[in-house]
Design a protein around this ligand. Structure first.
Ligand code: ADP
Ligand code: MG
Length: 151
């Protein structure tokens, strides 16, 4: 586990960019945190690290998923509006987890029992003002290695 406190949006984005640079085909990132915590901002940083222009990246709140092509394909999901985890299967969203791109899910807890077993879990907590506590929890060997590289 790794806990990092960021003091500004720029710092959170920079952390995302550094993480994005380390990502490999098939990697999965599960993000949690209240509305406005910084999940989408972190996703923008990760996109930067995958050589995707930040301005291209918009919140997939209404589309559920946005796809980008950078150094690797980047699948950016926001499943807040998914009221039933089963709907994920109906929509075919779980197939992205088996793809050779990078998949990032905002509000991953909404996936319930369908949440990936192996992933890097990232929780963003609003401390106060522009301060955020970002907790990175690796589940599985790949993500333990990834976190070591990030450190
Ligand atoms: P979410 O996707 O979690 O709902 P967003 O990334 O869309 O949140 O929005 C986060 C908001 O919080 C942005 O307006 C951002 O500028 C602001 N913010 C302030 N401080 C930080 C920080 N340290 N890290 C991330 N975002 C921050
Ligand atoms: Mg968001």
């Amino acid at each position: 586990m790794l806990e990092i406190t960021t003091a500004s949006p720029e710092e959170t984005k920079a952390l995302g960019e550094r993480l994005g640079q380390l990502l490999q085909p098939g990697d999965i990132l599960c993000l949690q945190g209240d509305l406005g915590a910084g999940k989408t901002l972190m996703a923008k940083g990760i996109a930067l690290g995958l050589d995707i222009a930040e301005e291209e990246v918009t919140s997939p709140t209404f589309t559920l998923i946005n796809e980008y092509q950078g150094r690797l394909p980047f699948y950016h999901m926001d499943v807040y509006r998914l009221d039933d985890p089963e709907a994920m299967y109906d929509l075919g969203l779980e197939e992205y987890f088996y793809d050779q791109g990078v998949t990032l899910v905002e509000w991953a807890d909404k996936l319930g029992e369908f949440i990936p077993q192996e992933a890097l879990f990232i929780d963003i907590l609003v401390l106060s003002g522009e301060s955020r506590k970002i907790t990175l929890r690796p589940q599985g060997q790949r993500y333990q290695g990834l976190l070591k590289e990030l450190k």
